[in-house]
Design a binder for this molecule. Structure first.
Ligand SMILES: Nc1ncnc2c1ncn2[C@@H]1O[C@H](COP(=O)(O)OP(=O)(O)OP(=O)(O)O)[C@@H](O)[C@H]1O
Ligand SMILES: [Mg+2]
Length: 306
């Protein structure tokens, strides 16, 4: 257990947003779900949101978790789950955009609705709704692998600028065509929503962005570039979870394990040197995968105590 990481994540009066990111397959879903179960077990009203299109959340809790409403997680009181599916989100978003653009679709709407970033934007749009209506003490986000998450998070920056331009140009055009310029109020509202969401993401006391990594070269490099990328967006990374560490007591003379453990300890030193300012916590490599509630609770206790 690491007292610091515990302290960092505890909500104090205001809703806490806990993000788990990192390279593919390093244990984001494991760390995020274990965290959510731990907080729920400790009496905090908790929601776990997946922004990853895979069904990992449903598989983890062995029940269907969809994107339209939060579902209570079985056998864990205080915990609800939601899976933001970019394809569903896209439909909602597209509808909204179409209605805003309304009569002008013929003029420039079709360009907008087919932007290649539509999926990321739509996911972010749903995600913003969460930041606006926090009815939990803790909201845990299990994100997609780093690159995709970064694109999702960067989107509103471009989008806010894009909206600004559309609003200005659209209003002019609306005047010329004698149209109702109120149609742009929704766009203006979107822009404000996005700006607010970005403020929340950048606030160290409400939002904790944790990167999960393995003590290996590529995850370390990816961690470094994620910290830089998120930093550019004004989102500080505050903690690391180093996953799948081989504990010395499991080696028992096994040369293969001993060699891996030696390699890991070298990378642990590198992690300490390169990311020394961040709060670090680690998880052992278990002798089974993390796919049931009791293992999740075990992982939660290792991270946050009991
Ligand atoms: N400490 C651990 N010990 C043993 N198995 C682990 C450990 N951490 C994670 N696993 C297993 O490794 C696999 C990948 O973990 P997980 O799904 O949490 O990664 P992820 O980063 O969410 O992956 P993706 O990028 O695909 O979303 C899973 O099968 C999980 O059960
Ligand atoms: Mg995952």
């Amino acid at each position: 257990m690491n007292k610091d990481i515990n302290q960092l994540m505890l909500p104090e009066g205001a809703t806490k947003y806990l993000f788990f990111g990192g390279k593919g397959g390093v244990g984001k879903t494991t760390a995020a779900t274990a965290t959510a179960v731990w907080f729920a077990d400790h009496g905090y009203r908790t929601t776990i949101v997946s922004t990853d299109p895979t069904v990992s959340l449903s598989a983890m809790f062995n029940q269907e978790i969809k994107g339209d409403a939060r579902v209570p997680i079985r056998h864990v009181s205080n915990l609800c789950g939601l899976n933001i599916n970019p394809n569903d989100a896209k439909g909602v978003f597209q509808k909204r955009l179409n209605s805003v653009i309304g009569q002008m679709t013929g003029t420039f709407g079709s360009d907008i609705v087919s932007t290649p970033c539509m999926e990321e934007m739509a996911t972010f749009d749903q995600f913003v709704t969460f930041l606006e209506e926090p009815d939990s003490d803790v909201i845990v986000f299990d994100t997609a692998p780093t690159g995709k998450t970064l694109r999702e998070l960067a989107m509103p920056f471009d989008w806010a600028g894009f909206l600004q331009k559309q609003i200005q140009e659209g209003k002019k055009l609306a005047q010329m065509m004698n149209m109702d310029s109120n149609a742009f109020e929704d766009l203006e509202r979107d822009k404000r929503r996005y700006e607010e969401a970005l403020k929340v993401l950048g606030n160290r006391s409400t939002t904790v962005f944790t990167l999960v990594l393995l003590p290996e070269r590529l995850p370390i490099e990816e961690t470094h570039s994620a910290i830089t990328g998120l930093g550019r967006l004004g989102i500080p990374v505050q903690a690391l979870v180093v996953n799948q560490c081989i504990l010395s007591e499991v080696i028992e003379g096994n040369r293969f394990l001993a060699a891996r453990a030696k390699l890991q300890s070298r990378y642990m030193e590198e992690i300490d040197t390169r990311f020394g300012k961040l709060i670090r916590s680690s998880l052992p490599l278990l002798d089974r995968d993390v796919s049931d509630l009791s293992t999740l609770r075990e992982v939660g206790e290792i991270l946050y105590g009991n």
